[in-house]
Design a protein. Sequence first.
Length: 287
Amino acid sequence: MRTPVTIISGYLGAGKTTLINALLGEDHGLRLAVLVNDFGSINIDASLIADADVDRIALTNGCVCCSLGDDLALSVNEILTRGTQPDHILIEASGVAEPVAIANALLNDSRLSYAGIVTVVDGSSFSTLMDDPLLKPQVAQQICAADLVLLSKLDSAPETELLDQLRQVGARTPTRIADMELSRMLFDIVPLPRGSTPAPHPGYVSWQHRSKTVMDRRALGDKLADRPEGLYRMKGFVLTSGGAYELHIVGRHVEARRCDADETLLVALGPEQRVSHAEIEAWWSGS
C-alpha cells in the first residue's frame, strides 16, 4: 500500500508551520510524519512543530526544490523504512521552494502516492506581493501549482477583490483556514496531474546567527525598527534582558512573543537583488 504525501507550500511567512500545528491538533486518527525544509543551516520551523510525538526530519541549507533533491529522497526513505509506518507524510516546503519540482521528484518513488499540493497564502499581504515585480512570479507560481489554496491571517471572510486577484493567478477554490476542517487536506483533495517544469525563482541571501548573548530588550526593539529594507523574512528566538522572545518578521510586519529559549537562534532571508549577507550581519552585529 502506498503512503500518501501532501506538500505544504506558500511564500515566506504565510503560516505553513501554524497550519501543520493546527492539523496535528485535529482528531483525524492518523499517524503523520512531518518533513520540514527550511532556508538556512539552522532549521527553526522544525523546532516550532508543537507535537513532540510526531515524526520529524529537518532539511536545511537551502531550497528543497533546488539543492536538496538527494536529501529529500533519503529523508523520505528514512521515514518509510522505520518500524512503524506513517499513514500520511506532510512535507513543509521552504517559503522559496517550487512545489511542482518536489511533487515531480516524489512521483518517482513507487512507495508513495501523490496526495496534492496545499499552498498557504497570507491574505493580509497578498496584494503587496502581487505589486512587487520581483516576487510576484514566484508567489503566483506557488498558487497555480496548488490543488488547494488556504488563506491565512484573515479575521473575517475574504473580500471579493482578494478572491478575484487569487483567481486571476490561477487559485482553485481559495478557502480561509478558519473556515475549513483541516483534515480535509488529507482526505478530500483530488490532485491535478503534474509534470510541468517550473521556472527558476529569484536568488535569495540567507543568514543565520547563534549565541548565548543577552540583548537589552529596548535595544532589540530599536534594532528591529531599523532593519535592512531588503530583509523580508526573519524568525527564531532571542535572549533579552526581559526574557526570551520568539521572533517573526514578514516584510514590514514584526511579531515578538514570550517563549522559553536558552540561546539566541535566528535565520533571515531576502532577495539577493535587495540585500546582502554582509548588510544583514553588519545590522545585527552593530558594525
